[in-house]
Each structure stands twice: as C-alpha cells, then as structure tokens.
Design a protein around this ligand. Sequence first.
Ligand code: FE
Length: 301
Amino acid sequence: MNAQAHASTPAIRTLAQVIPSVATSDGAGVKLRRSIGNQRGLYLDPFLMLDEFGTENPGDYIAGFPPHPHRGFETVTYMLDGRMQHRDHLGNVGDLGPGSVQWMTAGRGVIHSEMPLQESGRMRGFQLWLNLPSKEKMKPADYRDIPSDAIPVLALPGGGQVKAIAGSAVVGDVSVNGPINAPTAPVSTDPLYLDIELPPQGRFEHPVAAGHTVFAYVYEGSVAVGPDGAGKTLPTQAAGVLAAGDRVVVNAGANGARLILLAARPLREPIVQYGPFVMNTREEIEQALSDYQSGKLTQAA
Ligand code: FE
C-alpha cells in the first residue's frame, strides 16, 4: 500500500528540504547555478540536475556548450531571455528564443552542441535533467523544439499567470495541456513543469499526483510554501523539495515571485552517473564510454 494515499497524510505539501544553488561552470566555461545534482550522488528521483543560467555578461556564456554526448536520460532547456542554437548528430538545428523549450531525449545517445546566438545582452533560463527508466535508456534519441507560442498560459484570479510546459495547468475550473502531455507527447515519468509569475502577496494553488516527487525553484522574489499563514519561506535561487500531499500552495512575498514547479513519478532504480552518461549499472557506464570512444554511441543497436 502506498503510504502517501493514507487518509492521515496532509493534503497540502509542506516544504521538506531546501537545496541551495551553488555557482559552478559547465560546457566551455558557461557560468551557472546548480541546485539539484550539485552534490554528487544526491538526486531527487527522477530529477537528476537543475541548472539556472542568468547573466548580462557575455563572458559568462559566450563559449557555450561545444559538441558533447549524452546517454540514458532527457535534457529540458527552458529559455527566459536570450538565444541559443542547438545542433545534433541527427541533423536537428533549433534556435531557442525567449520562452521556448527544447525537450531532448538522449536515449542511447546524442551528440549535440548548444551555442549562444548573441554576443551581448542577457541570457537566462534553465536546464533540467530528467531520468529515463531502464527499459527506455537505450531507445532512439528524440528531439522536440517547442516555440514560446505553443506553451499555454492561464491568468491567476489574484493576478499573475501560470505557463504549462509539461503536464496540465489547472486554475479553478479551467485546465490547459502543456505541449509535453499524455497522450500527445507522453513521457514515462509523467512530468508536470509549470512556470509561475505572482504579484506581491499573490497566491498559487495546484494539484499534484500524491506519489510524485515535487520541487519548486524560485528565480525572482520569494514564496512561502505550505498552508496559508503557515508556509515556510523558500528563498530565491534554491530548490525546495516538498513533502507528501496532493496539492501545492505557495504565497508570494512583498516583491512577488517567479518560480518553476516540477513534479514527476519517481523511478526507484539504481543510478550510476559518469558525467553526461546516466545508467543503472557500472557496466552500462563502461559500455557508454566504450561506445562513445569507438563512435558507436549514436548508432542503432
Ligand atoms: Fe547537453
């Protein structure tokens, strides 16, 4: 029996843990802040990593991410400001502009680059790594380019808005499906990915699946997470992991807030990671390295 379905479990999820982001760099020296995935081996099943990049200084992003491999999971890039270009071994070329999303399923192997399409100005967004179940880690690579205007937006009754990138956004009696959503574009971890903007003291409430892992990441302002009047503060640039329940309630502080809310079904499988390869066993990691070195990473089995 699932303990989270027990009647004594509080319905509104409280803030269980705060994972601060730390400054780091990746690619050819792109500066970013990593929260989930920052500590080696500590994942938030099925989420492996969350990076926030945000800077006005071209020196922080100009070197980009030259060609590199991935195997065994999905990478989701959400641009807030600025432009990047994706290229991969399948021949996909995608320009990522403000508000757009790139949903890339590495499966058995992708080799891609992500390079800035600008030499000045602000670059801001997120990259999320979402794990794949063992039975899907070696499936063919897939790439979905989602333009900003394909992401539905709902206004909130007290001001502000919510965007549905994955799963469905529900406000009162209104529900909209994000572009990544069963049955049109299913993902086996059944993710919910919302981007929420709240005015000062604004409130947001949303249903989540009781058994799913849920976290929020505030990128502007701050929120109190939990029942009205009893929420715990989640500061800017930290991932807040939520306890069990089937609803999320956040109340913005005096300066309002912008945050992303993520939920997904945990896989409960062993995770062995070596850089851009995430598999279930050490042997599978050795196979990935050997396939990459011999040029077979992206070849059909
Ligand atoms: Fe990558």
